[in-house]
Ligand binder design. Structure first.
Ligand code: HEM
Length: 98
């Protein structure tokens, strides 16, 4: 996430969010949670609960024009399943490179 001095509009427009929103709430939240390119896992905060991370992601998507709701138990479960899938494919990718 950008430094606090940047405005909400900066980060909502810095990267095109439309394709990110189209990935779906469970997928995007899971990928960001695990870490993607310059994005550290859990936003760099290892003790951050998934629910709070998922709420922050929903907030970012809403600010960028999406209609994501704060995650309920069912959505959290779907995110957890996506996290498992993502970790699995990252592990496979790493093994393939050895
Ligand atoms: C709770 C805190 C945070 C949340 C909810 C959050 C959420 C997200 C989401 C949803 C994305 C889009 C992921 C994708 O492209 O699939 C993203 C991207 C990114 N985030 Fe965060 N983030 C957080 C904290 C941070 C922090 C602390 C940093 C930097 C130290 C950071 C750096 C980045 C970068 C560089 C990207 C772009 C990744 C890329 O596409 O190359 N984020 N973040």
């Amino acid at each position: 996430m950008p430094p606090a001095s940047r405005t909400r509009r900066d980060w909502a427009t810095a990267r095109p969010w439309k394709p990110l929103i189209e990935e779906g709430q469970d997928t995007l939240t899971a990928h960001a949670w695990v870490g993607v390119r310059g994005m550290p896992a859990r936003g760099g905060q290892p003790d951050l609960p998934l629910e709070e991370f998922a709420r922050a992601t929903a907030y970012m998507a809403r600010a960028a024009g999406g209609d994501w709701k704060d995650p309920d138990a069912r959505m959290l479960h779907e995110i957890e399943e996506e996290i498992e899938d993502r970790l699995e494919s990252l592990r496979e990718g790493k093994e393939a490179k050895k």
